[in-house]
Design a binder for this molecule. Structure first.
Ligand code: F6R
Length: 612
């Protein structure tokens, strides 16, 4: 979490830094700040609150310097406040630092520096970094390039995760950056260069990027970017051209990014399908090229992810088990890594992460690799950390997702998992061709069906208006409908702040039904023809106890039993989570709007969770 951006060039740094921060605000938005080299001084302006507040800070327009760093914060150590906002400076105001990540041993380093006479103004872990750089710059640095050497000595002492940008008024011609387990990209311009936590923040200025590896040091000058390994040996680095359109990360006439991204789901899925298959032809995964021998040796698959990505994994499990007959366990990344999972060389571990930067998922991946598994990452962000760690990567190609609540990433993840399962089944010959071809044809029909749902949103808007003041809601489903219940409930909590529970409908009578009382809202998802009778009986149980019900279905059901019914297009039960989730995404969106909340930046959350 936290977003960092840096600029060095021939233009005024401030507007570029602030624009970058605005696009990085999804990563954290409780405070923001910038540091710019102005004549021979570093000038820092920062405060709690959103990036827009920075505009109101006295003198920000007077900052004319052409070198600077900036930060938008998601608090970990120390509450949101002016003192805790980044950038942080050392006591002599020679070095300014922005940092994304967590310094685990900062109390130790702080005591060490306090013993040397350093004073601290904030409660943050970050403030030790500029002071440590200052300490080393004054103590024992020898040879050429003392700035870089001081940064390296300080970084060598840090434990934890970090992407760091540093400027100094003693070395006004450069900025230094380094990362470990936190995202950082370097943008290469003409007569100007950039650093940022992600690509869209600097996409308006360049399409050429370097993607630094962990523990690589980067010196960025106006006309040069120099890479060093962890021992400060220079090396060159390949440039990556990014084809994304800068507009893809803009709102495009929609009121919020979330709504835009909900509406992008048809096109996102078309991109995910891409040229992976055509009817009558085998799936094309030339990025994997798994042999029958290899896939036959896999006796267990783990799908590991967090939040919405984990919910996509739950449906992936059903599809893979059904088509490939390989047992699949879905795990929450933060649990997986601490429970000593049984993994060996015959295990395939699939990690799903939209951002590719989620710390828990990356840590789980590293553990699986250590234990000998084959690792496969599914990500939306080209070159993200997870893709660099995994043995294999496949991309969802859903385009940049900016709203904190994930929508199009989810549907594209489920689609990619379905195509992956078909590919495995083709290689393994584990399911008849006819079944696989039918499924492919259903996948190809999904974009049009999604558009149909999105063309008819009046009922869901009206329902949102009726229920937006409620305090509790319940989501019920069986089979893959349960996965959607979980996702619908998560969306509602995240952006509407309404308490909600999702239950496998058959489990209700084992306890949670005690919570059902007169007028409570229960949302049932019913799409699997095999489970329709059972699901209807479970919904009947809550109606008997006074619940009012909204049913999302593609089946013919006795609609007069329920208060509201939303019909969605039919598809295979394996793929229905891609369609049935859409009314639920819209429901939480419109409830949030009715409540007057900030849909794209819900409280306490950040888009990319780079702390464990
Ligand atoms: C929910 C949401 C989160 C993310 C989770 C994993 O709307 O956005 O639950 O799904 O933090 O993020 P990634 O997929 O980036 O690893």
């Amino acid at each position: 979490m936290c977003g960092i951006v840096g600029y060095i060039g021939d233009k005024k740094a401030t507007p570029i830094l602030i624009n970058g921060l605005l696009s990085l605000e999804y990563r954290g938005y409780d405070s923001a700040g910038i540091a710019v080299l102005d004549k021979d001084k570093i000038v820092v302006r920062k405060d709690k609150g959103r990036v827009n507040n920075l505009y109101d800070l006295v003198g920000i327009n007077d900052l004319t310097g052409t070198v600077g760093i900036a930060h938008t914060r998601w608090a970990t150590h120390g509450k949101p406040s002016k003192e805790n906002a980044h950038p942080h400076m050392d006591n002599s105001s020679t070095f300014a630092v922005v940092h994304n990540g967590i310094i685990e041993n900062y109390t130790e380093i702080r005591s060490f520096l306090e013993n040397k006479g350093y004073k601290f103004l904030s409660q943050t872990d970050t403030e030790v970094i500029p002071n440590l750089i200052h300490y080393y710059s004054e103590n024992g640095i020898q040879g050429e390039n003392p700035f870089l050497r001081a940064v390296k000595s300080a970084v060598d002492d840090l434990k934890g995760s970090y992407a760091i940008g540093v400027i100094s008024n003693k070395y006004p011609d450069r900025l230094i950056a380094v990362r470990k387990d936190s995202p950082l990209v370097i943008g290469k311009g003409i007569g100007e260069n950039f650093i940022a936590s992600d690509i869209p923040a600097i996409l308006p200025y360049t399409r050429e990027f370097y993607l630094p590896d962990d523990n690589e040091f980067v010196e960025i000058y106006e006309n040069k970017v120099q890479f060093y390994d962890s021992s400060l040996v220079e090396h060159s680095k390949a440039i990556k051209n990014i084809e994304w359109d800068a507009c893809a990360a803009e709102k495009d006439g929609f009121e919020d990014y979330m709504l835009k991204e909900i509406y992008e789901q048809s096109s996102a899925i078309r991109e995910t399908i891409g040229s992976r298959f055509r009817l009558g032809e085998k799936c094309d995964f030339d990025d994997l090229n798994f042999s029958k021998e290899f896939l036959s040796s896999i006796n267990k698959i783990y799908i590991v992810a967090c939040g919405t990505a984990m919910h996509a994994g739950l449906t992936g499990k059903t599809i893979i088990e059904k088509l490939c007959k390989i047992p699949v366990t879905v795990d929450i990344a933060s649990e997986f890594r601490y429970r000593d999972p049984i993994i060996d060389k015959n295990t395939l571990c699939i990690f799903i992460s939209q951002s590719g930067e989620t710390a828990d998922t990356i840590a789980a991946l590293k553990l699986s690799k250590e234990k000998g598994a084959t690792t496969l990452a599914i990500s939306n962000v080209i070159g993200s950390s997870i893709t660099r760690e995994a043995n294999y990567t496949i991309y969802t190609h859903a385009g940049p997702e900016i709203a904190v609540a994930s929508t199009k990433a989810y549907s594209s993840q489920v689609v990619l998992l379905a195509i992956l399962a078909i590919y495995f089944a083709e290689v393994l010959d584990s399911t008849s061709n006819e079944v696989l071809e039918n499924l492919k044809s259903e996948i190809l029909d999904l974009p049009v069906k999604i558009s149909n749902i999105l063309d008819n949103t009046e009922e869901i808007k009206a329902f949102a208006k009726k229920v937006y003041t409620e305090k509790d809601m319940f989501f019920l489903g069986r089979g893959t409908d349960y996965n959607v219940a979980l996702e619908g409930s998560l969306k509602l909590k995240e952006i509407s702040y309404i308490h909600s529970e999702a239950y496998a409908a058959g489990e209700l009578k084992h306890g949670p039904i005690a919570l059902i009382e007169n007028n409570v809202t229960v949302i049932g998802i019913i799409t699997d023809p095999k489970l329709i009778e059972k699901s209807l009986s479970n919904i009947q149980e809550v109606i008997t106890r006074g619940a009012k019900t909204l049913i999302i279905t593609n089946q013919i059901i006795p609609s007069d039993h329920f208060n509201y019914v939303i019909n969605i297009p039919n598809t295979s039960a394996l793929l229905s989570p891609i369609l049935s989730v859409i009314p639920l995404q819209l429901l939480s969106y419109y409830i949030s709007k009715n409540k007057g909340l900030d849909v794209d930046k819900p409280r306490n959350l950040a888009k990319s969770v780079t702390v464990e």
